[in-house]
Design a protein around this ligand. Structure first.
Ligand code: C5P
Length: 224
């Protein structure tokens, strides 16, 4: 059967990754969480005290960063590895969420990540979620969906996700972080977060995950 690229872009914490994972599982496609890649770069930059305003430091650091995903049968999920080390839990912490958008503004970082994502999806048969998949990484994706939801709903969902990981974070702090990231992500010069002209808009504020998956699968069916 024909293999396609499914691009799910949108604001932070509106259900992109949960939807993407389920769609990928239903289709037997690979799921690529591009946000995890920017989070892993952020972790590396913080650990190595890389200055974002020093182009040489940034480009040298990028040469030393190897990001891969490996399936963990114990957790049943694809987990993120940075230079061979499992960083899946670390990159979800608030101190990374608080820095990741500043790191993601840097053009050299974006060029390196976009190139790697294009390689990963070269054979198609992928579901990618992020901010610039339908606009910059795969402008030719067969299915493009731009997801959003009201900020309070997103903050509550994010708080629940963190709670499951034993991280108790104040709702206001989460809401401010989401708003700040959305602002930086949509106003940066290099591949900003925006809806591609040919992307379908999906507001998940009042939708269940099953309904979101169904919406995407319906679009997919029309392209296969
Ligand atoms: O998807 P997630 O919320 O984990 O992404 C974390 C951050 O990574 C985003 O807020 C954004 O700054 C950056 N990002 C990006 N481009 C992508 C995916 C994520 O700039 N394709």
């Amino acid at each position: 059967m024909k293999k396609i690229v499914i691009a799910l872009d949108g604001h932070s914490s509106c259900g992109k990754s949960t939807t993407a994972k389920q769609v990928a599982a239903e289709l037997g496609y690979a799921y690529i969480d591009t946000g995890a890649m920017y989070r892993a770069v952020t972790l590396y930059f913080l650990d190595h005290h890389i200055s974002l305003t020093n182009p040489k430091e940034v480009s040298d650091a990028l040469k030393n960063i190897d990001i891969t995903f490996h399936y963990n049968p114990k957790t049943g999920r694809n987990e993120t590895y940075l230079n061979g080390l499992n960083v899946e839990d670390e990159i979800r912490k608030m101190y990374i969420s608080n820095q990741v958008s500043e790191v993601s503004v840097v053009a050299a970082v974006r060029h390196a990540m976009v190139a790697q994502q294009q390689k990963m999806g070269k054979r198609r048969g992928v579901v990618m979620d992020g901010r610039d998949i339908g606009t910059a990484v795969f402008p030719d994706a067969e299915v493009k969906i731009f997801m959003t939801a009201d900020v309070d709903t997103r903050a509550r969902r994010r708080q629940q996700e963190l709670l499951v990981k034993n991280q108790l974070v104040n709702l206001d702090e989460i809401r401010e972080n989401l708003k700040k990231r959305d602002h930086i992500d949509s106003t940066r010069a290099e591949s900003p977060l925006r809806r591609a002209e040919d992307a379908d808009l999906l507001d998940t504020s009042h939708m269940t995950i099953d309904e979101q998956v169904e919406f995407v699968m319906h679009k997919v069916a029309s392209k296969l």
